[in-house]
Design a protein around this ligand. Sequence first.
Ligand code: SF4
Ligand code: SF4
Length: 391
Amino acid sequence: MPSSPSTTTGVSPRFPLDLPDCRFDQRNEMFKRRIWDEEFIEHGKQLYGEIRFKDAYGYRKLDYALRNAAWNLEYGYAFGTMKGNHGLYSWDHVPAKAKRFVETGEQVTHSPEENARIVKKAARFLGADLVGTCFAHPNLIYSHEMDLMDGVHRSVELPEGCTNAIVMAVAMDFESTRYSPDGIAGAATGLGYSVQAVVANMVAAFIRGLGFQAVPSGNDTAISVPLALAAGLGELGRMGLLITEKFGPRVRICKVFTDMPLAFDDFKPFGVEAFCRDCKKCAQHCPSQAISDGEPTMEGPSLSSFSGVKKWYIDPERCFMYWVKNWMDCNNCVMVCPFNKPPGKLHDTVRFLIRRAPILNRFMVWMDDLLGYGKPMKRREKNFWESPPSR
Ligand code: SF4
Ligand code: SF4
C-alpha cells in the first residue's frame, strides 16, 4: 500500500511507496557510527584518518592522488557526507553576494506541471543525468543529523513549506568503477559526490531565482534512495541501492527540497525486483557477504537498517568492516550488477527484454556471466593510467 504522510498538516499528497512509520535518526547510519559507537571508532579512524600506500595497482600514491582529487570538492567545500546546511549544501546562510545575484524578487506563477518541466530542464542543463520530482514525505527526513565536523547530534527540520523534492542522479564513470575495490574506482565515487554537490547547489540557486525556497542536500538531511524511487528514477535492487534503467546502480543521488509547487512523478518499476530474484550476482561477489541471497524481509540485521518495509536489507556493518580491511571503499556490488552497462544497442535490447520478458531473466544472467561481465578485474587487466581517457 502506498504511504500517507504521518506528520504533515493540510494537503496530504499520495506517496507511491510503503514507508516505515517513523523517521530515521542519522546517528545510527553506519558511516556516522564511526564517531560514537565504540565498536567502530578505531576502525573509522583507520579508514578515514590514514592512508597506507601499497605497491599494488590502485593503492599507490598515484592512485590515491587521483582518488583524493576527485573527492576534493566534496570533502573540502561541499560537506554533504559530513553535515547538512553547510558548504555547497547551505540553505540559510547563502553568502550575501550570491544571494543578491540569485534572488530576483517575486515568485513566478507557473502551474505545477510547468514548474516541474522547467526545473527538470534546468537540472539536466546544470549537470544532472536523471531528474524527477516527488512529495518529500516527512518520514524520509532524518529525525536528527549526526554532524561529523562538530560531533553534534541535532534535530532536523526543513524550512516551513518545503514539502516538495527534486531528486537528481549523477552517473559515475563506467570504466573506472570496474576497478573496484581500489582507488581508481574510489575516484569514480568521489567524482560523483563532488559533481552532485555542484549540481544540487546550482539547481537550488535556480529555484531561488524563481522566488522560492530551496534546500540542497547530498547524503545529509533526508534518505535519498526512497525519494529517488518515488521520483521515478528507478527501482530498489537486492544490494539496497537505487537501480536506474540507464546507468544501473552506478549513480549518486542528490536532491533539492522546495516550496515551489510541482507536479510529481510516479514510481516507475522496470523489472528489477523480478530480475534480482534470479540474479544474486551482487551477493555472490560481495567480499563481506553483506548482501542477502535470500528472500526480502521486513527487518534489517542492524541498528543501521531502516526497518519496517519488505525489501532486501544489506548488513552495513559487514560492508563497513570490509572497507576498513581494504583501507578503501568498495563498489563491487555496483560493478558486477548486470544493469551497470554503458548505453548501446545490445545493452538497450537487454533492458527492453528485462522489462517485457522476465521469463528470460535467468538466461540473461547466464549470458552476462558467459560474456565475462561482472567479474572483479585481474591485475593484468588493470590499465587505467596506460589507456586513453574514457571521455
Ligand atoms: S560495497 Fe562492497 S562490501 Fe559493501 S555491500 Fe557492496 S560489494 Fe559488499
Ligand atoms: S547484481 Fe543482480 S541481484 Fe544484485 S542488484 Fe544487480 S540485478 Fe539485482
